[in-house]
Design a protein around this ligand. Structure first.
Ligand code: SF4
Length: 286
């Protein structure tokens, strides 16, 4: 995959949270780059416009380039405080494809290791996170480290339609297992739930993580009148492939119930919305 990678200096690196992430209990968000080269067709981020420090070129050319904040780790080192509950990141996957060559996250993790916040949560869908396993282990010995691992469908045809640059289902399950074996607290985030076999997806995610699941159907304007929502490119794929009903609130409610019942049968919970993401924000130590 080829894409332009730009660099810039940020003025600050930790942002006070608002909205969904604040409701989940996070005090700060950390975004090491602008624009995400996974370029998922449904990605909510570019629908927020300039919110969150994005520039016009980011939301008009979502996924076609990225801009790394070269001083992210240095700024983080000066900004970290022990009470902070940090979500990395609401605006990009910190292990997006460009991270493979940029290697921003090792320095970010080193800063967190030197001055651990109360909680450091990483949200990713990339097995590349395993590259930093030693640092993740060290950080998790010092504070609460959580990895939220996005697993959106168990149907590879669907995955290629909606998120062709992301890792296949089995690779993600394997990455989750390896994080867990290394003693890292890892939670599967089934968000958004793409067309799939929902019962099989829930069972596979519980089997890999051994814990409760976080989820969310596609965001739609019918139930969320403002803020981030599903990108048009995702809707177009759904329409073209007969998956429109996955955006229908009535279907989504029944889908959520099915997934909750399957999780319950396995002795686990499947929750949605800020209540669900609050799992990632909770400290392991008091
Ligand atoms: S990985 Fe996340 S932030 Fe990146 S394009 Fe996909 S949904 Fe958006």
């Amino acid at each position: 995959m080829q894409f332009p990678i730009h660099h810039s200096e940020a003025k600050s690196i930790l942002s006070s949270t608002s909205g969904f992430i604040a409701q989940a209990g996070f005090t700060h968000s950390l975004t090491p780059a602008r624009n995400c080269t996974f370029g998922c067709t449904y990605c909510y981020v570019p629908t927020m416009g300039v919110y969150g420090g994005l520039k016009r070129e980011d939301w008009t050319r979502w996924g076609q380039m990225t801009t790394f904040k070269t001083n992210a780790a240095a700024l983080l080192g000066k900004s970290l405080k022990p009470h902070q509950i940090i979500y990395c990141s609401p605006l990009v996957d910190p292990y997006q494809p460009a991270e493979e060559t940029e290697e921003m996250m090792p320095a970010v993790l080193d800063a967190a290791i030197a001055s651990p916040p109360r909680v450091f949560a990483i949200q990713t869908r990339a097995p590349l996170v395993l590259r930093d396993l030693d640092r993740l282990r060290t950080l998790s010995s010092l504070t609460t480290l959580r990895v939220g691992f996005s697993i959106t469908t168990n149907d590879e045809r669907v995955r290629r339609l909606y998120e062709p640059h992301c890792a296949p289902f089995e690779s993600r399950l394997d990455a989750v297992r390896r994080l867990r074996e290394a003693g890292i607290s890892v939670v599967a985030t089934l968000a958004p739930v793409l067309p799939c076999d929902p019962e099989a997806l829930v069972r596979a995610a519980i089997d890999a993580t051994g814990c409760d699941l976080i989820g969310d159907p596609f965001h739609v304007r019918a139930t969320k009148s403002s803020g981030a929502t599903t990108r048009d490119a995702g809707f177009r794929i759904s329409r073209k492939n007969g998956y429109e009903h996955w955006h229908d609130p009535v279907f989504q409610a029944s889908l959520t119930l099915r997934m909750q019942e399957t999780a319950r049968a396995a002795g686990r919970r499947f929750t949605i919305g800020p209540e669900a993401f609050a799992t990632l924000a909770q400290p392991l130590r008091t």
